[in-house]
Ligand binder design. Structure first.
Ligand SMILES: [Mn+2]
Length: 338
């Protein structure tokens, strides 16, 4: 556990002077997040863009390959986010809430300097990649509850005041990545920063209504169909959403975003799994741990990744085959944890 220093909001994450200088000394910025973005990704890139604007930077482009999910369109300035990369070269490329170019969904982004602001663990071979060799500066802290926290610290280090719009974006980033201030990453630091963001104008009830109580009707119907597949065995609970269910309800993957939370609510289980049928015999899996089992390890063994308690991967096969494969690994992990 990291301890916080007394009398300050901030833990030990260091915002390097290198990073501050890259931002201070340059004029144009290309800010990009990962594909399939959620609240931390969109909130962080929007807050960074607003902060840089408040610093007097005029040439800022904010990018999200998959655009902005409908549920996040209330976020201030999210309307300015583009899906296509401009042809021109920028001074600085900021890769946010992810740490490889691949995760941004763009093959090439042109900039003189590249920085990474993220809280995911970089891939093992990252140091060998061209991106890391050319990196101008970075703040990568897997101990941070959300990338929004790192953006908050960066803006604070740049002495940019947090206005209401920035606060709304960053509060949403924290809210989403801590699962509504419930997950294990809900640290004193996360709550202290959330407190400051509320003082700066973020409205917790309004934001919670947007994030948690604005589910489209068709998504709820999809959830109903999916929940009817709920099953549990050997400490695992799961649900499955078939291609047919998406078709029946006129929904898309975006509508099943948090479905893994539902098997996760079952009492006395260790691991929850959500199976999403992406194609004939191709399944996207989301895994959640109740705290003892490292699901990142399991996802990684299937070529996926994530965090200790939340991870994902893609497995080929029929639903039965895929379930057998993953349940075998989960059972093994549960046995080893005993
Ligand atoms: Mn995040």
């Amino acid at each position: 556990m990291k301890s916080t220093r007394k009398g300050t909001h901030l833990t030990k994450t260091k915002i390097s002077s290198k990073l501050l200088n890259v931002i201070r000394q340059n004029k144009s910025f290309l800010i990009v997040c990962h594909i399939n973005p959620e609240g931390d990704a969109i909130g962080s890139i929007s807050a960074l863009a607003l902060g840089l604007k408040n610093m007097g930077k005029k040439d800022i482009c904010v990018l999200s390959k998959d655009g902005v999910p409908e549920i996040l369109r209330f976020l201030p300035s999210s309307g300015l986010i583009k899906q296509k990369a401009p042809k021109k070269e920028f001074d600085v490329l900021c890769i946010v809430d992810c740490n490889t170019l691949e995760r941004t969904g763009f093959k090439e982004l042109k900039a003189k300097h590249t920085v990474i602001i993220d809280h995911h663990i970089p891939p093992d071979d990252a140091d060998k990649s061209e991106l890391y060799r050319k990196l101008a500066a970075s703040v990568i802290d897997p101990g941070a509850a959300a990338t929004g926290i790192l953006i908050y610290k960066l803006l604070s280090a740049l002495k940019i005041s947090i206005d209401k719009n920035i606060a709304t974006n960053l509060y949403t980033a924290l809210l989403v990545d801590t699962g509504g201030f419930r997950y294990s990453n809900t640290s004193p630091e996360a709550l202290k920063i959330a407190c400051h963001l509320i003082q700066a104008g973020a409205k917790p009830w309004d934001i919670a209504k947007e994030i948690y109580d604005s589910i489209p009707f068709k998504s709820m119907k999809l959830l109903g169909l999916s929940l009817s597949t709920l099953d549990t065995k050997d400490g695992i609970a799961w649900i499955n959403t078939s291609a047919d269910m998406f078709k029946q309800t006129g929904t898309t993957y975006e509508d099943s975003e948090d479905f893994v939370d539902f098997p996760g609510k079952v009492k006395d289980i260790e691991v929850a799994v959500f199976f999403r049928e992406d194609d004939k015999n191709v399944f996207k899996l989301s895994l959640r741990s109740k705290g003892r089992i490292n699901v990142e390890k399991i996802a990684k063994s299937f070529g996926g990744g994530g965090h200790f308690a939340a991870a994902g991967c893609r497995i080929k096969g029929t639903l039965q085959e895929v379930q057998k494969k993953v349940f075998t690994e989960v059972r093994k992990a549960i046995r080893n944890a005993e």
